[in-house]
Design a protein around this ligand. Structure first.
Ligand SMILES: *[C@@H]1O[C@H](CO)[C@@H](O)[C@H](O)[C@H]1NC(C)=O
Ligand SMILES: *[C@@H]1O[C@H](CO)[C@@H](O)[C@H](O)[C@H]1NC(C)=O
Ligand SMILES: *[C@@H]1O[C@H](CO)[C@@H](O)[C@H](O)[C@H]1NC(C)=O
Length: 347
Protein backbone atom coordinates (compact mmCIF):
# COMPACT_ATOMS: atom_id res chain seq x y z
CA UNK A 1 0.00 0.00 0.00
CA UNK A 2 2.71 2.42 1.06
CA UNK A 3 4.84 1.45 -1.88
CA UNK A 4 1.85 1.99 -4.11
CA UNK A 5 1.36 5.51 -2.72
CA UNK A 6 5.04 6.35 -3.04
CA UNK A 7 5.03 5.09 -6.59
CA UNK A 8 1.90 7.05 -7.41
CA UNK A 9 3.42 10.22 -6.02
CA UNK A 10 6.61 9.58 -7.98
CA UNK A 11 4.61 8.93 -11.08
CA UNK A 12 2.60 12.09 -10.56
CA UNK A 13 5.75 14.13 -10.09
CA UNK A 14 7.26 12.74 -13.26
CA UNK A 15 3.98 13.30 -15.01
CA UNK A 16 3.76 16.92 -13.84
CA UNK A 17 7.33 17.56 -14.93
CA UNK A 18 6.49 16.10 -18.33
CA UNK A 19 3.30 18.12 -18.59
CA UNK A 20 4.84 21.42 -17.60
CA UNK A 21 5.88 22.63 -21.03
CA UNK A 22 2.72 23.14 -23.12
CA UNK A 23 4.44 24.20 -26.36
CA UNK A 24 7.71 24.82 -28.15
CA UNK A 25 7.89 28.04 -30.18
CA UNK A 26 10.74 28.41 -32.65
CA UNK A 27 12.49 31.41 -34.22
CA UNK A 28 15.55 31.35 -36.43
CA UNK A 29 17.16 30.27 -39.69
CA UNK A 30 17.68 27.05 -41.68
CA UNK A 31 19.06 25.30 -38.61
CA UNK A 32 15.44 25.11 -37.39
CA UNK A 33 13.21 26.05 -40.37
CA UNK A 34 10.46 23.42 -40.70
CA UNK A 35 9.30 24.58 -44.14
CA UNK A 36 8.30 28.25 -43.99
CA UNK A 37 10.49 29.04 -47.00
CA UNK A 38 8.33 26.72 -49.16
CA UNK A 39 5.79 29.52 -49.20
CA UNK A 40 8.15 32.34 -50.17
CA UNK A 41 9.59 33.60 -53.44
CA UNK A 42 13.15 32.62 -52.68
CA UNK A 43 15.74 30.27 -54.18
CA UNK A 44 16.58 28.99 -50.70
CA UNK A 45 14.34 25.92 -50.48
CA UNK A 46 14.64 22.24 -49.73
CA UNK A 47 11.14 20.83 -50.23
CA UNK A 48 12.28 18.24 -52.77
CA UNK A 49 14.24 14.98 -52.72
CA UNK A 50 16.72 13.99 -51.49
CA UNK A 51 15.92 16.36 -48.59
CA UNK A 52 13.70 14.64 -46.04
CA UNK A 53 14.41 11.12 -47.26
CA UNK A 54 14.82 9.98 -43.63
CA UNK A 55 11.97 12.15 -42.27
CA UNK A 56 8.55 10.64 -41.42
CA UNK A 57 7.20 9.16 -44.64
CA UNK A 58 10.40 10.20 -46.44
CA UNK A 59 8.77 13.57 -46.90
CA UNK A 60 10.77 16.61 -48.07
CA UNK A 61 9.19 19.21 -45.81
CA UNK A 62 11.55 22.11 -46.39
CA UNK A 63 13.81 21.15 -43.49
CA UNK A 64 17.44 21.47 -44.53
CA UNK A 65 18.37 17.92 -43.60
CA UNK A 66 17.70 14.31 -44.48
CA UNK A 67 15.51 14.09 -41.37
CA UNK A 68 14.69 16.23 -38.38
CA UNK A 69 16.17 19.51 -37.18
CA UNK A 70 17.13 20.23 -33.53
CA UNK A 71 13.85 21.93 -32.58
CA UNK A 72 12.01 18.72 -33.57
CA UNK A 73 14.14 16.59 -31.26
CA UNK A 74 13.84 19.13 -28.46
CA UNK A 75 10.05 19.22 -28.77
CA UNK A 76 10.06 15.44 -28.45
CA UNK A 77 12.33 15.62 -25.38
CA UNK A 78 9.82 17.96 -23.71
CA UNK A 79 7.17 15.28 -24.25
CA UNK A 80 5.51 17.09 -27.14
CA UNK A 81 5.06 16.20 -30.83
CA UNK A 82 8.29 14.76 -32.33
CA UNK A 83 8.41 17.61 -34.84
CA UNK A 84 7.38 21.27 -34.84
CA UNK A 85 5.19 22.33 -37.80
CA UNK A 86 5.90 25.46 -39.86
CA UNK A 87 3.55 28.38 -39.29
CA UNK A 88 3.05 29.00 -43.02
CA UNK A 89 2.24 25.35 -43.80
CA UNK A 90 -1.48 25.21 -44.71
CA UNK A 91 -1.64 21.54 -43.64
CA UNK A 92 -1.67 22.73 -40.00
CA UNK A 93 -4.00 25.02 -38.10
CA UNK A 94 -4.13 26.77 -34.75
CA UNK A 95 -5.10 23.63 -32.83
CA UNK A 96 -1.86 22.01 -34.05
CA UNK A 97 0.16 25.14 -33.35
CA UNK A 98 -1.12 25.27 -29.76
CA UNK A 99 1.56 22.70 -28.83
CA UNK A 100 4.33 23.97 -31.10
CA UNK A 101 4.96 26.29 -33.98
CA UNK A 102 7.96 27.27 -36.07
CA UNK A 103 8.46 30.79 -37.48
CA UNK A 104 12.03 30.18 -38.67
CA UNK A 105 13.17 30.96 -42.20
CA UNK A 106 16.27 29.57 -43.90
CA UNK A 107 18.77 32.28 -44.83
CA UNK A 108 17.68 34.80 -42.22
CA UNK A 109 19.68 36.33 -39.39
CA UNK A 110 19.61 38.97 -36.68
CA UNK A 111 20.52 41.65 -39.21
CA UNK A 112 17.76 42.87 -41.56
CA UNK A 113 20.33 43.04 -44.35
CA UNK A 114 20.90 39.27 -44.07
CA UNK A 115 17.31 38.27 -44.83
CA UNK A 116 17.35 40.69 -47.79
CA UNK A 117 20.13 38.72 -49.52
CA UNK A 118 17.84 35.82 -50.48
CA UNK A 119 14.44 37.48 -49.84
CA UNK A 120 13.52 35.42 -46.80
CA UNK A 121 11.67 36.30 -43.59
CA UNK A 122 13.49 38.91 -41.48
CA UNK A 123 13.51 38.43 -37.70
CA UNK A 124 11.11 41.32 -37.11
CA UNK A 125 8.62 39.64 -39.44
CA UNK A 126 8.96 36.33 -37.58
CA UNK A 127 7.93 38.31 -34.52
CA UNK A 128 4.95 39.81 -36.39
CA UNK A 129 3.83 36.29 -37.27
CA UNK A 130 4.19 35.39 -33.61
CA UNK A 131 1.90 38.28 -32.61
CA UNK A 132 -0.67 37.09 -35.14
CA UNK A 133 -0.30 33.59 -33.64
CA UNK A 134 -1.04 34.93 -30.16
CA UNK A 135 -4.26 36.51 -31.44
CA UNK A 136 -5.36 33.29 -33.11
CA UNK A 137 -4.47 31.29 -30.01
CA UNK A 138 -6.59 33.56 -27.78
CA UNK A 139 -9.51 33.32 -30.20
CA UNK A 140 -9.15 29.55 -30.30
CA UNK A 141 -8.65 28.76 -26.60
CA UNK A 142 -9.78 31.88 -24.75
CA UNK A 143 -7.48 34.32 -22.97
CA UNK A 144 -6.86 32.26 -19.88
CA UNK A 145 -5.69 29.06 -21.55
CA UNK A 146 -3.80 30.93 -24.25
CA UNK A 147 -1.93 33.00 -21.68
CA UNK A 148 -0.82 29.87 -19.84
CA UNK A 149 0.60 28.47 -23.08
CA UNK A 150 2.29 31.76 -23.94
CA UNK A 151 3.95 32.12 -20.54
CA UNK A 152 4.92 28.48 -20.00
CA UNK A 153 6.05 27.60 -23.52
CA UNK A 154 9.72 27.19 -24.31
CA UNK A 155 10.95 29.69 -26.90
CA UNK A 156 13.84 28.36 -28.98
CA UNK A 157 15.93 30.73 -31.08
CA UNK A 158 18.73 29.71 -33.44
CA UNK A 159 20.39 32.05 -35.90
CA UNK A 160 23.50 34.15 -36.59
CA UNK A 161 25.59 31.97 -38.91
CA UNK A 162 24.13 33.66 -42.00
CA UNK A 163 24.88 37.13 -40.64
CA UNK A 164 28.55 36.27 -40.83
CA UNK A 165 28.84 33.85 -43.74
CA UNK A 166 26.10 35.00 -46.11
CA UNK A 167 26.30 38.67 -45.27
CA UNK A 168 29.35 40.12 -43.47
CA UNK A 169 32.07 38.05 -45.15
CA UNK A 170 30.34 37.90 -48.55
CA UNK A 171 28.98 41.39 -49.15
CA UNK A 172 30.83 44.67 -48.80
CA UNK A 173 28.20 46.89 -47.15
CA UNK A 174 28.37 45.75 -43.52
CA UNK A 175 32.15 45.36 -43.72
CA UNK A 176 32.45 48.99 -44.73
CA UNK A 177 30.28 50.04 -41.77
CA UNK A 178 31.55 47.78 -38.97
CA UNK A 179 34.70 45.90 -38.13
CA UNK A 180 34.09 42.35 -36.94
CA UNK A 181 34.00 43.29 -33.24
CA UNK A 182 31.50 46.04 -33.88
CA UNK A 183 29.40 43.80 -36.09
CA UNK A 184 29.22 41.15 -33.35
CA UNK A 185 28.12 43.81 -30.87
CA UNK A 186 25.54 45.10 -33.35
CA UNK A 187 24.07 41.59 -33.63
CA UNK A 188 24.08 41.08 -29.86
CA UNK A 189 22.11 44.31 -29.47
CA UNK A 190 19.49 43.00 -31.89
CA UNK A 191 19.34 39.64 -30.09
CA UNK A 192 18.86 41.51 -26.83
CA UNK A 193 15.97 43.63 -28.09
CA UNK A 194 14.44 40.53 -29.58
CA UNK A 195 14.41 38.77 -26.20
CA UNK A 196 13.08 41.92 -24.52
CA UNK A 197 10.23 42.02 -27.02
CA UNK A 198 9.45 38.33 -26.41
CA UNK A 199 9.38 39.06 -22.67
CA UNK A 200 7.05 42.02 -23.20
CA UNK A 201 4.75 39.75 -25.21
CA UNK A 202 4.61 37.23 -22.35
CA UNK A 203 7.45 34.74 -22.93
CA UNK A 204 9.18 33.55 -19.74
CA UNK A 205 11.30 30.57 -20.82
CA UNK A 206 13.76 31.27 -23.55
CA UNK A 207 16.66 29.38 -25.07
CA UNK A 208 19.06 31.55 -27.03
CA UNK A 209 21.03 29.38 -29.44
CA UNK A 210 24.72 29.96 -30.08
CA UNK A 211 26.77 29.47 -33.23
CA UNK A 212 28.32 26.17 -34.33
CA UNK A 213 32.00 26.02 -35.36
CA UNK A 214 30.97 27.63 -38.64
CA UNK A 215 34.49 27.49 -40.09
CA UNK A 216 34.11 23.70 -40.23
CA UNK A 217 31.01 23.61 -42.44
CA UNK A 218 32.01 21.68 -45.60
CA UNK A 219 31.38 24.76 -47.76
CA UNK A 220 33.84 26.78 -45.70
CA UNK A 221 36.39 23.95 -45.80
CA UNK A 222 36.07 23.81 -49.58
CA UNK A 223 36.59 27.56 -49.82
CA UNK A 224 39.52 27.24 -47.46
CA UNK A 225 40.95 24.50 -49.71
CA UNK A 226 40.64 26.69 -52.79
CA UNK A 227 42.59 29.35 -50.95
CA UNK A 228 45.35 26.78 -50.47
CA UNK A 229 44.69 25.87 -46.84
CA UNK A 230 44.35 22.13 -47.42
CA UNK A 231 40.64 21.79 -46.67
CA UNK A 232 41.00 22.47 -42.98
CA UNK A 233 38.46 24.39 -40.96
CA UNK A 234 38.52 28.16 -41.27
CA UNK A 235 40.04 29.04 -37.92
CA UNK A 236 39.15 32.73 -38.16
CA UNK A 237 35.45 31.95 -38.58
CA UNK A 238 35.56 29.57 -35.63
CA UNK A 239 37.19 32.23 -33.51
CA UNK A 240 34.48 34.72 -34.48
CA UNK A 241 31.83 32.14 -33.53
CA UNK A 242 33.39 31.49 -30.12
CA UNK A 243 33.71 35.18 -29.30
CA UNK A 244 30.15 35.84 -30.48
CA UNK A 245 28.89 32.98 -28.29
CA UNK A 246 30.71 34.42 -25.31
CA UNK A 247 29.10 37.82 -25.91
CA UNK A 248 25.66 36.21 -26.20
CA UNK A 249 26.12 34.26 -22.98
CA UNK A 250 27.14 37.43 -21.14
CA UNK A 251 24.03 39.19 -22.43
CA UNK A 252 21.87 36.26 -21.27
CA UNK A 253 23.31 36.57 -17.77
CA UNK A 254 22.54 40.27 -17.72
CA UNK A 255 18.94 39.83 -18.85
CA UNK A 256 18.28 37.05 -16.33
CA UNK A 257 19.24 39.46 -13.57
CA UNK A 258 17.26 42.34 -15.06
CA UNK A 259 13.82 40.84 -15.79
CA UNK A 260 11.85 39.26 -13.01
CA UNK A 261 10.27 35.91 -13.74
CA UNK A 262 12.27 35.28 -16.91
CA UNK A 263 14.49 32.26 -17.35
CA UNK A 264 16.84 32.46 -20.30
CA UNK A 265 19.38 29.76 -21.05
CA UNK A 266 22.21 29.94 -23.53
CA UNK A 267 22.23 26.80 -25.67
CA UNK A 268 25.76 26.56 -26.96
CA UNK A 269 26.19 23.89 -29.63
CA UNK A 270 29.84 24.78 -30.23
CA UNK A 271 31.70 22.42 -27.84
CA UNK A 272 29.79 19.25 -28.72
CA UNK A 273 29.77 20.14 -32.43
CA UNK A 274 33.51 20.72 -32.31
CA UNK A 275 34.03 17.32 -30.68
CA UNK A 276 31.97 15.65 -33.40
CA UNK A 277 33.90 17.37 -36.18
CA UNK A 278 37.28 16.66 -34.61
CA UNK A 279 36.61 13.04 -33.78
CA UNK A 280 33.69 11.87 -35.91
CA UNK A 281 34.49 8.18 -35.41
CA UNK A 282 33.84 8.34 -31.68
CA UNK A 283 30.25 9.31 -32.51
CA UNK A 284 29.88 6.63 -35.19
CA UNK A 285 30.51 8.86 -38.20
CA UNK A 286 32.83 8.16 -41.13
CA UNK A 287 32.98 11.63 -42.71
CA UNK A 288 33.01 15.16 -41.35
CA UNK A 289 34.87 17.17 -43.98
CA UNK A 290 32.48 16.51 -46.86
CA UNK A 291 28.69 16.25 -46.84
CA UNK A 292 26.45 13.39 -47.97
CA UNK A 293 24.66 15.27 -50.71
CA UNK A 294 26.19 15.30 -54.23
CA UNK A 295 29.96 15.86 -54.13
CA UNK A 296 29.58 17.10 -50.55
CA UNK A 297 31.87 20.03 -51.26
CA UNK A 298 29.59 22.96 -52.00
CA UNK A 299 26.05 21.84 -52.90
CA UNK A 300 22.93 22.81 -51.00
CA UNK A 301 19.33 23.69 -51.89
CA UNK A 302 18.57 23.22 -55.59
CA UNK A 303 22.14 22.07 -56.29
CA UNK A 304 21.54 19.09 -54.07
CA UNK A 305 19.28 17.08 -56.37
CA UNK A 306 18.08 13.52 -56.23
CA UNK A 307 19.67 12.38 -59.50
CA UNK A 308 23.20 13.20 -58.45
CA UNK A 309 25.07 9.88 -58.49
CA UNK A 310 27.55 11.00 -55.83
CA UNK A 311 24.98 11.41 -53.05
CA UNK A 312 25.70 8.95 -50.25
CA UNK A 313 23.34 6.11 -49.51
CA UNK A 314 23.63 6.17 -45.71
CA UNK A 315 23.49 9.68 -44.28
CA UNK A 316 24.06 8.42 -40.74
CA UNK A 317 27.74 7.96 -41.62
CA UNK A 318 28.02 11.69 -42.33
CA UNK A 319 28.14 14.62 -39.94
CA UNK A 320 26.81 16.92 -42.67
CA UNK A 321 23.89 16.36 -44.99
CA UNK A 322 24.63 19.19 -47.42
CA UNK A 323 27.56 21.58 -47.49
CA UNK A 324 25.93 23.82 -44.87
CA UNK A 325 23.64 21.65 -42.74
CA UNK A 326 24.03 18.67 -40.38
CA UNK A 327 22.41 15.29 -40.86
CA UNK A 328 19.49 14.04 -38.78
CA UNK A 329 21.94 12.04 -36.66
CA UNK A 330 24.15 15.05 -35.87
CA UNK A 331 21.06 17.10 -35.04
CA UNK A 332 19.90 14.36 -32.68
CA UNK A 333 23.24 14.14 -30.85
CA UNK A 334 23.48 17.91 -30.41
CA UNK A 335 19.85 18.28 -29.32
CA UNK A 336 20.05 15.49 -26.78
CA UNK A 337 23.24 16.97 -25.38
CA UNK A 338 21.68 20.45 -25.13
CA UNK A 339 18.53 19.04 -23.57
CA UNK A 340 20.44 17.17 -20.90
CA UNK A 341 22.88 19.94 -20.04
CA UNK A 342 20.86 23.13 -20.54
CA UNK A 343 17.27 22.95 -21.75
CA UNK A 344 16.00 20.65 -19.00
CA UNK A 345 16.56 23.60 -16.65
CA UNK A 346 13.49 25.17 -18.25
CA UNK A 347 11.25 22.38 -16.93
C1 LIG B 1 -7.83 21.92 -37.49
O1 LIG B 1 -7.75 20.82 -38.37
C2 LIG B 1 -8.34 19.63 -37.84
C3 LIG B 1 -8.07 18.47 -38.78
O2 LIG B 1 -7.64 18.88 -40.02
C4 LIG B 1 -9.84 19.87 -37.65
O3 LIG B 1 -10.44 18.72 -37.12
C5 LIG B 1 -10.02 21.04 -36.69
O4 LIG B 1 -11.41 21.35 -36.57
C6 LIG B 1 -9.26 22.28 -37.18
N1 LIG B 1 -9.33 23.28 -36.12
C7 LIG B 1 -9.55 24.58 -36.34
C8 LIG B 1 -9.58 25.46 -35.15
O5 LIG B 1 -9.70 25.03 -37.46
C1 LIG C 1 14.75 46.07 -39.19
O1 LIG C 1 13.62 46.44 -39.95
C2 LIG C 1 12.45 46.70 -39.21
C3 LIG C 1 11.30 46.94 -40.16
O2 LIG C 1 11.60 47.91 -41.09
C4 LIG C 1 12.70 47.89 -38.28
O3 LIG C 1 11.56 48.12 -37.48
C5 LIG C 1 13.90 47.58 -37.38
O4 LIG C 1 14.21 48.71 -36.59
C6 LIG C 1 15.12 47.19 -38.22
N1 LIG C 1 16.18 46.76 -37.32
C7 LIG C 1 17.36 47.34 -37.26
C8 LIG C 1 18.32 46.85 -36.25
O5 LIG C 1 17.69 48.24 -38.01
C1 LIG D 1 37.06 47.89 -34.22
O1 LIG D 1 36.94 49.28 -34.08
C2 LIG D 1 37.01 49.73 -32.72
C3 LIG D 1 36.69 51.22 -32.70
O2 LIG D 1 37.39 51.92 -33.67
C4 LIG D 1 38.40 49.41 -32.17
O3 LIG D 1 38.48 49.80 -30.81
C5 LIG D 1 38.62 47.90 -32.26
O4 LIG D 1 39.93 47.57 -31.83
C6 LIG D 1 38.40 47.41 -33.69
N1 LIG D 1 38.45 45.96 -33.67
C7 LIG D 1 39.04 45.24 -34.64
C8 LIG D 1 38.98 43.75 -34.52
O5 LIG D 1 39.60 45.77 -35.58
Amino acid sequence: MEIFIVLSILYMQIYTIGAKIPAVIVFGDSSVDAGNNNHLQTVLKSNFRPYGRDFYGGKPTGRFSNGRVPSDFISESFGLRPYVPAYLDPAYNISDFATGVCFASAGTGYDNATSDVLSVIPLWKELEYYKEYQKKLRQHLGNKKANIIISQAVYLTSMGTNDFLENYYTLATRRSQYNITQYQDFLVTIAESFIKELYRLGARKVSLGGLPPMGCLPLERTTSFMRGNGGTCNGDYNKVARLFNWKLSRMVKRLNAKYSGIKIVFSDPYPIFQQIVQKPSSFGFEAAAVACCSTGLFEMGYMCDQYNPFTCSDASKYVFWDSFHPTDKTNRIISQYLFKTVLSKLL
